[in-house]
Design a protein around this ligand. Structure first.
Ligand code: FMN
Length: 364
C-alpha cells in the first residue's frame, strides 16, 4: 500500500503518507482557551499518523470561531500544548499546530467582540455560538493597521508553537476563514492595497506567510487552502487564476508542505499539482470521509505525496494499522465530533485482531 510507504520531502520526513487532518473538537476550556487535560492523550493515541495536524488554534481571541476552541496566545495555553507535543513525540509522532483566525466566521456570543473581516460583508447562514445555532452578524472591516497586527498575531503564535514543541505550523487558509476571506472576491471588497485586484487579494495571505517564515523558518511552515470551496459562504469563480498566482508567489519559499482540500473529482489538485514542485498533502471534502482507496489513488496518480484523513481518525486512533490490516473501521457518532464532553474523545480503542468482535461493536 503506497499510503504506508515512508515519505521524504525537502523539509519533512514521515514514516508513512497518512496525515491526521486538523479537526476542531471543542474540548478546550472555553474561558482560558487552554486545551483539555486529555488532549495530550487524544493526540498521542493517534501518533502513528505520519503527521498530525492539530485542531485549529486561534492566534487572537477575536479569531475564535466557536465554543471550546483552544488558543496559542498565553503562557498557560503554551504550557498545555507543550504536554501535548511531548506526548506525541514520546509515541514517535510529529505534530504541526494549525494556526487559525476565523475572520467573519465568529460571533460576539463566542468572543464578546464583533468579528473582523476584510470587508463588512455578513456571512449567509447561521453559526454555532455559546447559545447554540444563531444568526451571523455583520463583521467589521479591518483597518490597514489592524491587518498588520493580525499578521504579527500569526507570527507570535508561530513562535509560541515552536516554544511549545510543535514540529511546525499549518496556516489555515481554507474553508472560508480570514485568510480565504482575503482571497475571495465576494468577501474582499477592499479598494486599498489589500483588495481590488488579484494582486491585492493575495497581499494579506502572502504577508502572513512572509512574517511566519521569517519568525520560524519556511521548513516549519505549511499552508492549507481549499480552492473554490463554497464553505462558509465563499464564492471563488476565479479560483484558477487566484491560486495559480498564489502558488507562483509561494514557490520562492521551501515550505514544509502545501495542504490542498479538494472534492473527489480532484479538479483543483489536477490544476495545482503541476504548479507545486514541493510537498503536497491532499484531503478530500465530500459527504463520506476520505477513504483509503481514494488516498491510494491520490498517491498513485502523483496528485499528492501525503493524504490527510479527518473523520476516520476520530474513531480509529490506529488508522494506519487498520489500513495495513484491512481491519474494520469504527464509526464515530457525529454528536461527539464537537463539545465539552469526554465520551467520543479518548475512548475509541485500537483494533485488536483477536477480540475484533467484542472490541469493535461500532465497526462496520
Ligand atoms: C469535527 C471536524 C472538525 C474540523 N475542524 C477543522 C479545523 O479545525 N481546521 C480545518 O482546516 N479543517 C477542519 N475540519 C475539516 C477536516 O480537516 C477535513 O477537511 C474534512 O473532515 C474532510 O476530510 P475527511 O473526509 O477525511 O473527514 C474539520 C472536520 C471535522 C469533521
Amino acid at each position: 500500500m503506497r499510503l504506508l510507504e515512508a515519505f521524504s520531502g525537502t523539509a519533512i520526513q514521515l514514516p508513512n503518507r497518512i496525515a491526521m487532518a486538523p479537526m476542531t473538537r471543542g474540548r478546550a476550556d472555553d474561558t482560558t482557551g487552554v486545551p483539555h487535560p486529555r488532549t495530550a492523550e487524544y493526540y498521542a493515541q493517534r501518533a502513528s499518523a505520519g503527521l498530525i495536524v492539530s485542531e485549529g488554534v486561534w492566534v487572537d481571541r477575536t479569531g475564535k470561531s466557536g465554543p471550546g476552541i483552544p488558543g496559542l496566545v498565553t503562557e498557560q495555553q503554551t504550557s498545555a500544548w507543550r504536554e501535548v507535543t511531548r506526548a506525541v513525540h514520546e509515541q514517535g509522532g510529529q505534530i504541526f499546530a494549525q494556526l487559525w483566525h476565523a475572520g467573519r466566521v465568529s460571533h460576539p456570543g463566542v468572543t464578546g467582540r464583533t468579528p473582523v473581516a476584510p470587508s463588512a460583508v455578513r456571512q449567509a447562514g447561521r453559526i454555532f455560538s455559546a447559545e447554540g445555532w444563531t444568526d451571523t452578524v455583520e463583521p467589521r472591516a479591518l483597518s490597514e493597521d489592524e491587518i498588520g497586527e493580525v499578521v504579527q498575531d500569526f507570527a507570535a503564535a508561530a513562535r509560541r508553537a515552536v516554544e511549545a514543541g510543535f514540529d511546525g505550523v499549518e496556516l489555515h487558509g481554507a474553508n472560508g476563514y480570514l485568510i480565504q476571506e482575503f482571497l475571495a472576491g465576494n468577501t474582499n471588497r477592499r479598494a486599498d492595497r489589500y483588495g481590488g485586484s488579484v494582486t491585492g487579494r493575495l497581499a494579506f495571505p502572502l504577508e502572513v506567510v512572509a512574517a511566519v517564515t521569517d519568525q520560524i523558518g519556511a521548513a516549519r511552515v505549511a499552508l492549507r487552502i481549499s480552492p473554490g470551496n463554497p464553505e462558509n459562504d465563499i464564492v471563488e469563480d476565479d479560483w484558477k487564476e487566484v491560486y495559480s498566482r498564489l502558488l507562483a508567489e509561494l514557490r520562492r519559499y521551501e515550505l514544509a508542505y502545501l495542504h490542498v482540500i479538494d472534492t473527489p473529482d480532484a479538479e483543483a489538485l489536477s490544476h495545482l499539482r503541476p504548479l507545486w514542485p514541493g510537498t503536497l498533502v491532499a484531503n478530500l471534502r465530500s459527504e463520506d470521509p476520505t477513504s483509503s482507496g481514494e488516498g491510494e489513488s491520490l498517491i498513485e496518480s502523483g496528485l499528492a505525496d501525503v493524504v490527510a484523513f479527518g473523520r476516520l481518525f476520530i474513531a480509529n486512533p490506529d488508522l494506519p494499522a487498520r489500513f495495513a490490516l484491512q481491519a474494520p473501521l469504527a464509526q464515530a457518532d457525529r454528536d461527539v465530533y464537537y463539545g465539552a464532553r469526554l465520551d467520543g474523545y479518548t475512548d475509541f480503542p485500537a483494533f485488536e485482531p483477536d477480540s475484533a468482535k467484542s472490541a469493535c461493536s461500532a465497526c462496520s
